[in-house]
Design a binder for this molecule. Structure first.
Ligand code: SF4
Length: 396
């Protein structure tokens, strides 16, 4: 039977920052029904001084991974002008020392994408992710304006513009109960729209948002059925080139032993997450902006007043790391999926179980277990076919 590689843990020691998540603004131009962001009407903006302070401190620390991803996220990043990103990207490039490669990525609702944005994406080779939940009826059930109107037409227009301008992109679709019942409809939609790279997020409970999907139970079984069907059908005909839940998981299942269990969300400053005021957090990006008395609202310092080293030693960082590490240790001891997961998502543990120092959440079933099981089942079937084929050849 196909097996997962054995688990290992990332060594303690100096931080290795592979991802910086920046919040150019908390403001979002729409109000999705499942959105957990508490400040989406706040129009504050991250200054270029804050951008400069983040990268000056990071590169001076020597903690940056040689391949650094900078994700502009939280709120709708494209409500900031194109010129803001031109200046910010140029600033980061000027500060980046030799030997470090920075790749910018933007996650957007796509409604404001036009040829000018595409020119920026092309010039800076920005990784573009567009949030679209499927065909109009499914998308517009949740992704709405503040007046409750659907946003499908504008998002679809943004995607058409990306395709016309030949800008590579992927989509992230949040799967609601309705979408989980319609894998063929979802697949037909992506094909008709020219969407080739697809990521799924099952609608979860995060922050103040409580997912309806989990109220009546059976989310794991429904997602297993959906993903298995979608994967099979998408491979039977051309169209879908990358399915994150399968293709992304495959690389984690097949990676070498020494890389097993890596998870930057559970390492202090594996990720550095900065809000528009320069407040710094780490671990799950979704923690930034949430309130919590035990962990100082998850803020470890401010980039304008504190050094990264001081933040690493702060009470909030120590308290979070202590509890997150306890959860990871428990995961390592008891979970068969640890080698692909590395201890999960702290935000899910805190939201669902009330503590970082815990193990299983819906994230485990949906993000780790279902894709891993489907792949291992497929590898088992392949092994059987190859064994039968060998038997036939040796008998003839
Ligand atoms: S799948 Fe869940 S229980 Fe298993 S290692 Fe990941 S977070 Fe821990």
């Amino acid at each position: 039977m196909a097996q997962l590689v054995s688990a290992d843990t990332a060594a303690e020691g100096r931080p290795c920052v592979d991802t910086v998540v920046l919040q150019p603004t908390p403001f979002c131009n729409i109000a999705c029904r499942y959105c957990y962001l508490p400040s989406r009407s706040d129009t504050s903006k991250m200054s270029l001084d804050t951008v400069r302070a983040v990268f000056t401190a990071l590169f001076a620390s020597g903690w940056s991974h040689p391949w650094l991803t900078v994700i502009w996220h939280a709120g709708e990043p494209l409500v900031m002008p194109v010129t803001y990103y031109e200046e910010a990207f140029a600033l980061v490039a000027a500060l980046t020392p030799p030997g470090i490669e920075v790749r910018h990525a933007i996650q957007t609702n796509g409604m404001l994408i036009d040829a000018t944005w595409c020119a920026l994406f092309r010039r800076w080779q920005v990784g573009v992710g567009v949030s679209i939940d499927g065909p109009r009826e499914i998308h517009d059930a949740n992704r709405v304006t503040r007046q409750g109107r659907g946003t499908f037409d504008k998002t679809a227009a943004g995607i058409r513009c990306l395709i016309e301008e030949d800008i590579p992109f992927h989509v992230i679709s949040v799967l609601s109960t309705r979408a989980l019942q319609a894998p063929d409809e979802m697949l037909a939609f992506y094909r008709d729209a020219g969407i080739t790279d697809v990521c799924f997020n099952v609608e979860e409970s995060e922050g103040d948002h409580i997912s309806e999907l989990f109220a009546d139970g059976g989310a794991e079984a429904r997602f297993r059925q959906f993903l298995g069907h979608f994967w099979r059908k998408s491979r039977e005909a051309a169209g879908i080139r990358f399915l994150r839940e399968i293709d992304g998981m495959l690389t984690r299942i097949l990676r070498p032993d020494e890389a097993a269990g890596e998870n930057s969300q559970v390492q202090p400053f594996g990720m550095i997450n900065v809000d528009c005021h320069g407040n710094v957090s780490s671990f799950s990006p979704e923690l930034l902006g949430l309130k919590n008395a035990d962990y100082g609202d998850f803020i470890v310092g401010n980039i304008h007043t504190d050094s990264l080293d001081d933040m690493r030693r702060s009470d909030a960082m120590r308290a979070m790391h202590r509890d997150i590490a306890a959860g990871v240790a428990a995961c390592r001891a008891e979970c068969a999926y640890f080698s692909v997961c590395g201890g999960g998502s702290p935000i899910n543990k805190l939201t669902e179980n009330g503590s970082f120092a815990t193990t299983r959440t819906s994230f485990c079933d949906l993000v780790q277990k279902v894709p891993t099981d489907l792949i291992l089942d497929a590898l088992d079937r392949l092994e059987t076919v190859l064994d039968d084929d060998m038997l036939v050849r040796s008998a003839s």
